[in-house]
Structure formats: structure tokens, C-alpha cells
Design a protein around this ligand. Structure first.
Ligand code: ATP
Ligand code: MG
Length: 397
């Protein structure tokens, strides 16, 4: 959807309605109508049918639930999102049974609202395609792996560049590496490629971009990885929205077997989109206390956002030689299983200097072996007992 989604908000409490309107505006949606419950709501809905209804549900809830049902009859294509101060399971269940597609707890946060609105619209679009018998159009999608971490300098770019390279090498599959580091965007430097166009240029042409056209923006690395670089100037991210990211990730996922996404050590709505679109999230932490504390917060945030634990893989990267904590302690403190451990290796820095992924520069280094094993573990591919490095290097047996 190129334009901003249009919302009708239904809330009989005028001060709560005003707060909701503020959140809608901050989420950059358009308010095309507002009203209380009942007949008035249906009239407004029919006059200005929105993309999404935002309905307040408070005690006594019967009238609100009845309104949700009436709205679904009046504008069947517009999904309803409920917001409420009620957090009990019964209220959530009753709202869902009445037809609500998502349930947000007050106070409404613009980011949460944004995620919910795009989430239900995406579901709606899928439903539409299915009902048109167009499921073939929803093409097969490669696996999206987002390399995420709560802090800077913990090895996210090292892991994403080397993982992408390894995936291309060991699986022979098509791999796209997307630099979503909205601050520094180091992928081009680490992979030593020239940046002529970036993800920001794709975003500028978003309405014209399709599966074919996006290929023009990808830089082919000699490892086989197709790279979509970050813009050279971080200010260029400013005009980008989660919808841009969604379309870009979907297009590269439809044209590649694997998409690896590098992210910054900060969180914003663009990064939220990369997490939502991911099939797997490598949550990277280093072994220092600050990183572990921030990782605990990141895990909490992912849980609150409803991200399934199955897809979040905790990865310890020994990016420094510091050794004051034990890995077991990390798992205990975070109350989360460690999926992978990447050892410290001084040769990482030297290969970075050369602009070469370490898995190519030094495939026998400890870090390289670990990342190659990681790629096997993520893809479920079996590692050959003998000669896998030969295969990795492209040497015949
Ligand atoms: N396993 C490792 N062993 C040794 N050094 C490492 C390891 N992993 C990363 N490093 C070093 O740590 C530093 C930070 O790595 P990297 O740039 O990949 O982190 P990042 O999380 O992407 O940082 P930023 O958030 O700033 O983009 C680099 O100097 C890199 O060479
Ligand atoms: Mg980085």
C-alpha cells in the first residue's frame, strides 16, 4: 500500500479518543473518521470506509463488542484492532470472538500501533489473494535471518557478512545480504565493494520496484552474495518507512534462498520491521556485563512484541578477549538457552582490514570454523566429515 493507512477510531470517551488520535498521528496514519459506539459508528464507517478500525473496549463491553460485529458487516474488508485498559484473558477472547484481529493495551504506543496496523493489513492482503485464487502470486520466500544485538561493536556485521558468504559457499544457494545498519552501514567496507546505489535509492523508487528491478541495485560480491548496501549518508534513512523495508525484504526474499540482514546496535521502527519479517533472529551478545544486561532487555522487548522464542537464537560472540564471565552464567542470567558460541580470534581484525570475510581469508581459523558450523546448523545441512573446507574453498576432492 503506497499511501498511509486510513483509520476510523471508535471511542465514546472523548479524552481517551484524543489520546488515541495523537498516537495515530504519531504513527503517521490518517484519521478519516471518529465516533462513539452503535449506529453512529456504522454511519461513519459507511461514509468514509477506512483501511482499519481502531475500537476502544471498556466496561461494560457489550456495546463495544456489538459495534465491532456491526463494523465487520458494514465494511467487511476493514479489519478491527481493539485497544483497552482491560488486560484479562476473557476481555481479549471476547473481543477476538467478536471479530477483532488484534488487541492492544492502553496507553497506545505509536510503534505498537504501527506494527499492529501493518500486521492486520498484511493478513488482509493475504486473505484477499487467497480468495482470488491468487496464492500462486504469493511466491515462495527464502529464509530471512536478521542478525540483531542490543549493542554496538559486538560482532553483528562480522557475523552477518561471514554467515552470508558461508551460506553462498556451502549451500550453493542464492544469498542476499542487506545492510540495515541505520547508523554506520559497514557491510560495503567489510566486503570491500563499491557503493553506487543503496537501499535508500530503492526506497525512493519503491512504487516502481519489482522482483526484477531490485536486482539492478544489488552488488554481486565475488563470493556469490548479492549485497544491498546501506546509504553512504545516514541521513538518507530518514525518509524510509517500515513499509519500504517490508517491500524490499519481501522482494529479495522472493528472489533469494537466504536473506541475511545486518542491523545497528540501536532499535528503531525500521529494525522492528526486520525482526518481524525474519524467520530467524540471531540475537548476538558479547560477554561483557553491559552487553548481557542489554541483551536481557532485548529479549524482554522481543517477548513483549510477541516474537516467538523459536525464532530467536541467542549467539554469544567473544568479540573481545575479556573472560570474566562464564557462558553458563550468561544462559542462567538471561534464562535463555545459548544457541551458538563464536570464539575470540585475533585474525578477525586483520581480515576486516583486508576487506575480506574471514571465512574466505582464513577458512581454518577458529572463528571461521564456528561460523561455517553455524551456517550448517541454521540450514539443517549436514557437514561432511572430511574435506568440508575443501568444498568451502571450492576445491575438488
Ligand atoms: N569473534 C571475534 N573475535 C575477535 N574479534 C572480533 C570477533 N567478532 C568481532 N570482532 C571484532 O569486534 C569489532 C566489532 O565487530 P563488528 O563491527 O562486527 O560489530 P558490530 O556489532 O557490527 O558493531 P556496530 O554495531 O558498531 O556495527 C571489530 O573490530 C571486529 O573485528
Ligand atoms: Mg555493524
Amino acid at each position: 500500500m503506497a499511501r498511509n493507512p486510513e483509520i476510523v477510531t471508535i471511542d465514546p470517551d472523548l479524552s481517551s479518543r484524543a489520546e488515541t488520535k495523537r498516537a495515530i498521528q504519531l504513527a503517521h496514519f490518517q484519521i478519516v473518521g471518529e465516533s462513539g459506539y452503535g449506529v453512529e459508528a456504522v454511519t461513519v464507517a459507511k461514509e468514509t470506509p477506512p483501511d482499519v478500525f481502531l475500537v476502544s473496549v471498556e466496561e461494560p463491553v457489550a456495546l463495544a463488542l456489538q459495534t465491532i460485529e456491526q463494523l465487520a458487516d458494514a465494511v467487511p474488508n476493514a479489519p478491527t484492532i481493539v485497544y483497552s485498559s482491560l488486560t484479562d484473558a476473557q476481555s481479549v477472547r471476547r473481543s477476538m470472538v467478536a471479530g477483532a484481529r488484534d488487541y492492544l493495551v492502553k496507553p497506545l504506543k505509536p510503534e505498537e500501533l504501527s506494527r499492529a496496523v501493518y500486521g492486520v493489513l498484511e493478513q488482509e492482503e493475504r486473505k484477499r489473494l487467497r480468495s482470488e485464487g491468487g496464492t500462486g502470486e504469493v511466491s515462495a520466500r527464502g529464509t530471512v535471518i536478521t542478525v540483531f544485538g542490543a549493542k554496538g561493536g559486538i560482532g553483528k556485521t562480522t557475523i552477518s557478512t561471514n554467515l552470508a558468504t558461508t551460506l553462498a559457499k556451502i549451500t550453493g544457494a542464492s544469498v542476499c545480504l542487506l545492510d540495515m545498519d541505520t547508523r554506520f552501514g559497514d557491510v560495503a567496507i567489510m566486503m570491500d565493494i563499491a557503493v553506487e546505489a543503496s537501499i535508500a535509492d530503492v526506497a525512493k523508487k519503491i512504487d516502481d520496484i519489482d522482483r526484477d528491478k531490485i536486482k539492478d541495485y544489488l552488488v554481486k560480491h565475488y563470493s556469490g552474495v548479492n549485497i544491498l548496501p546501506a546509504p553512504l549518508h545516514p541521513t538518507e534513512w530518514r525518509n524510509m518507512t517500515p513499509q519500504h523495508i517490508e517491500k524490499i525484504v519481501e522482494l529479495v526474499a522472493q528472489t533469494h534462498d537466504y536473506v541475511v540482514i545486518d542491523t545497528p546496535g540501536t532499535f528503531n521502527e525500521l529494525i522492528a520491521a526486520t525482526l518481524e519479517l525474519a524467520n530467524l533472529i540471531l540475537l548476538v551478545t558479547s560477554m561483557d556485563i553491559a552487553s548481557i544486561k542489554d541483551t536481557a532487555l532485548a529479549l524482554e522487548m522481543l517477548r513483549a512484541a510477541g516474537v516467538s522464542e523459536d525464532k530467536v537464537k541467542l549467539t554469544i560472540n567473544h568479540s573481545t578477549a575479556a573472560n570474566s564471565l562464564r557462558e553458563d552464567d550468561v544462559a542462567r542470567v538471561l534464562e535463555y538457552d545459548v544457541f551458538w558460541r563464536i570464539p575470540h580470534d585475533l585474525s578477525v581484525a586483520s581480515s576486516t582490514q583486508l576487506g575480506q570475510p574471514i571465512v574466505i581469508a582464513k577458512p581454518y581459523a577458529r572463528v571461521s570454523r564456528s561460523i561455517i558450523d553455524l551456517a550448517h546448523a541454521l540450514t539443517g545441512t549436514k557437514q561432511e566429515k572430511r574435506g568440508f573446507l575443501d568444498r568451502f574453498l571450492g576445491r575438488s576432492a
